[in-house]
Design a protein around this ligand. Sequence first.
Ligand code: BG6
Length: 252
Amino acid sequence: PLYYELSGLSQKEQQLAEKFGIKKVIIIPGSFRNEASRILLGKEASKLLTSLVEEGSKIAVTGGSSVAAITPYLQPVDSLPTVKFIAARGGLGEEMSLQANILVSQFAQACQASYKTLFMPEFLSEQAYVAMKAEPSVQEIIRLYEQVDIVLHGIGTAEEMAKKRGSSDADKALLKEKGAVGEAFGYYFDADGQIVHQIRTICIQPEHVKQSRYVLAIAGGEEKVKAIGAYFKNAAKQTIFITDEEAANGML
Ligand code: BG6
């Protein structure tokens, strides 16, 4: 708290929330690159999530290292054991330990809650996509997306995410041409926050995110300043955004 006052972080939190037109911003001192900040992030995010859940809440979760930072701090307290963690997308393109499917199972284990995974190749052909969508198990998860109460997600730079997903050179060139600067939930957006490209796989849709009760976004680091700024030009108003001091300074 003393550091917060001395460094003016709470004032910056308010400024950013106003600038982005969202519910709340929480700034973690330092940079998510450092272990000390990641620990604070994990504690803060888990505290927040615990305060937001209600009996039986459905929580969609994306992958990524920022969201993964919460895992060690989740506990079976309050309503958490009654919630369901749902993989927000089925993509298998990333580092195994940071995939949404893995995170939901770890979260659920930590809280003694339940979870729902979705295993799906990262890039589906049109034909495979249509066929998959008709599968009863896929229909079931799509129904869950429609009822999601809380969305927990990371934000990445378009370049880094395309690299992580092993996108082809042609796809990377296409992203560049379309002006993609950032990515969230498998959607790539431009500097105005407009979706310019979407991976053909089963995942939560922007309208599901917009109609959820709370959105908890986590992203920090100097390198994400542009991507974050763009994302919040068109983000859900009920978003609570947890970032680090490094990115916050870059955005103000
Ligand atoms: C991915 C999410 O898993 O992580 C993306 O699907 C997000 O929505 C990305 O942009 C961010 O990853 P990290 O490791 O930088 O937090």
